[in-house]
Design a protein around this ligand. Sequence first.
Ligand code: G6P
Length: 227
Amino acid sequence: MTDETQTYRGCIFNLDGVLVDTAKYHYEAWRQLANSLDFDISREQNEQLKGLGRMASLETILSWGGIYLSEAEKMHWADVKNNWYIGLISNMKPGEVLPGVLYFLRQVREKGMKIALSSSSQNARAVLKSTGLEPYFDVIADGNTIKRQKPDPQCFLLPAEAMGLPPAECLVFEDAPSGITAALLGGFTAIGVGRKENLKQASVVIAGFENLRIDSLLAQHSERVFI
Ligand code: G6P
């Protein structure tokens, strides 16, 4: 049960890089595509793709390789990459959930708060299934329902609405700077997951979920008293 003084009644989690590390699988599949077109991409370049949708990622990669393709060719390569990616994530295991995540999700649940997923990926459900995370979520918003790219706040407004909660009552956990901006534009409290220097706009930045207590996060934001 949430108590009456509790400001926050829901948590919205981004998936890739927050709950699981799928960036390495996106990288492997995008790299295979780049190699097929006779160029290469680095891990540093891959960092810039985090949070970008599939077609936007493809456009960026093609520009790095100086490759010009027709729209039909782009659709073809996006499908090829996606099939490679699906092959990689179908072998994911529950052990790939990042440290501390399950314990944190259980704490959130015990506080009586709702839990939603927000991911730009159309493959988010497949990742949740293969890692065993799916039962933890009340609401799943993914690339099939979210149509606007971050920093548009649609990615968080949709799951908040589906939970029946206003943005002011939701904590957003996000690793991409564009996602932090999206959360703030939507009126959410943004918790950055990763390195402070990359997530300057976030209210609080955590390195990850290991040893993280929901009570201490809520206490840090208790100035926003719910009436
Ligand atoms: C997330 C990832 C991106 C990925 C996007 C679309 O935002 O961070 O790297 O491109 O989802 O994923 P999809 O599985 O639909 O191609």
